[in-house]
Ligand binder design. Structure first.
Ligand SMILES: *Cc1c(COP(=O)(O)O)cnc(C)c1O
Length: 372
């Protein structure tokens, strides 16, 4: 089936007793045992599994073309479960511009437990140089945050395979509508469901999707069940509901982003625009080869430095001045401020999550903000 049909049906089933077309929310934390002590329903206690979580995991697995998915209480919880599943002393290779929340998690919570390097994973020589006998995982994130750099997934996978290393891809920015890393050879996909899957900036969630049900996957499942970083039945319900419109939302987000990027590129006050859908993007060719859409995140820098950037972000009206991404409302932020003192982000850079408002209104808002 096509992805629009999967999005609507794979996370839902008609309730057997009430015949409700939309699957009800099961709030019960506990489930009755059979007389012989078994659990024929498959459910015993909600930290292990819940019917709404099962439905969410079904649709997530199908959207990414994986064997199974695990739904978490946040994207960071999903990432943390991967790290916690690795044997102590395992070496992880991460991109030098890894999502700062996960980079900080590794640095602050896994120092002395795991080994990690933050490098330019897209440079095969640099990547190969950093592989050690204890390297277990190469972590990639493409497009990256906030510079929208593209990592060639197939290229990283081919290096990883030679050394029997697993590849995990953070696919949050792209969504499965624009990019399917498992089909390109990655072993696992990670998502912050807080972003496009939720789509309305009103819930937190995370996900992992695996190509195969391996021993490693079982370990991750155990980390989840024992660690308890599970989403509530309500959050699972809202995610399943939002995912039904994901394909159409993403199409709208992407088409607005392309037009906004083109507008910005032609504006005299703009120094540079980072968007993989522009032919000026240094890795546009790789993006075209591995993506079926270029996503809806973009960054741009202003001539005149930090003050000019801050003036623009303070003059916008339709965009909200806020972090995060993937919601229907457009957001803009001065990224260096968000990332804090050790940021490598240019101080004249603004990051934009392009929403679903009419493109004319978004362009008009930026036009008035940059006229000031
Ligand atoms: C937001 C985000 C995360 C973290 O997800 P949370 O749901 O905030 O925990 C990880 N990776 C990327 C690319 C993100 O944008």
């Amino acid at each position: 089936m096509k992805i629009e049909t999967i999005a609507i049906h794979a996370g839902n089933h008609t309730d057997a007793s009430s015949k409700a077309v939309v699957q009800p929310i099961v709030m019960s934390t506990t489930f009755e045992r059979d007389e012989d002590g078994g659990f024929s329903s498959g459910y015993s206690y909600s930290r292990a599994a819940n019917p709404n979580r099962t439905s969410l995991e079904n649709v997530l697995a199908k959207l990414e073309g994986g064997a199974e998915a695990a739904a978490f209480s946040s994207g960071n919880a999903a990432g943390m479960s991967v790290f916690q599943s690795l044997a102590p002393g395992t070496h992880i290779i991460c991109p030098d511009d890894m999502y700062h929340g996960l980079r900080n998690q590794l640095k602050m919570l896994f120092e002395g437990i795991l080994e990690f390097d933050f490098i330019d994973v897209n440079n095969s020589d640099v990547l190969t140089e950093h592989i050690k006998p204890n390297t277990g995982v190469i972590w990639i994130e493409t497009p990256s945050n906030p510079l929208l750099k593209i990592t060639d997934i197939k290229k990283v996978v081919s290096v990883a395979r030679q050394h029997h290393i697993k590849v995990v891809c953070d696919n949050t920015f792209a969504t499965p509508l624009c990019q399917q890393p498992l089909a390109l050879g990655a072993d696992m996909v990670m998502h912050s469901s807080t972003k496009y899957f939720g789509g309305h900036s009103d819930l937190m969630g995370g996900a992992l999707i695996t190509t195969e049900k391996s021993d490693w996957w079982e370990k991750i499942r155990n980390v989840q069940t024992m660690g308890g970083a599970v989403p509530s039945p309500m959050d699972c319900y809202y995610l399943v509901r939002s995912i039904k419109t994901l394909p159409y939302r993403v199409r709208g987000h992407v088409s607005n982003a392309q037009l906004l990027a083109q507008f910005l590129e032609s504006h005299p006050r703009v120094e540079s625009v980072m968007y993989p859908g522009l032919s000026s993007h240094p890795q546009h060719a790789i993006a075209r080869a591995q993506m079926s859409g270029f996503g809806a995140m973009l960054s741009f820098t202003l001539k005149g430095g930090e003050d000019e950037a801050k003036k623009v972000v303070n003059a916008i009206r339709v965009f909200a001045r806020a972090t995060s991404l993937g919601g229907v409302e457009s957001l803009m932020e001065h990224r260096a401020t968000v990332e804090g003192p050790d940021t490598k982000t240019p101080f004249n850079l603004l990051r934009v999550s392009v929403g679903l408002e009419h493109i004319d209104d978004l362009i008009a808002d930026l036009e008035q903000a940059m006229a000031k």
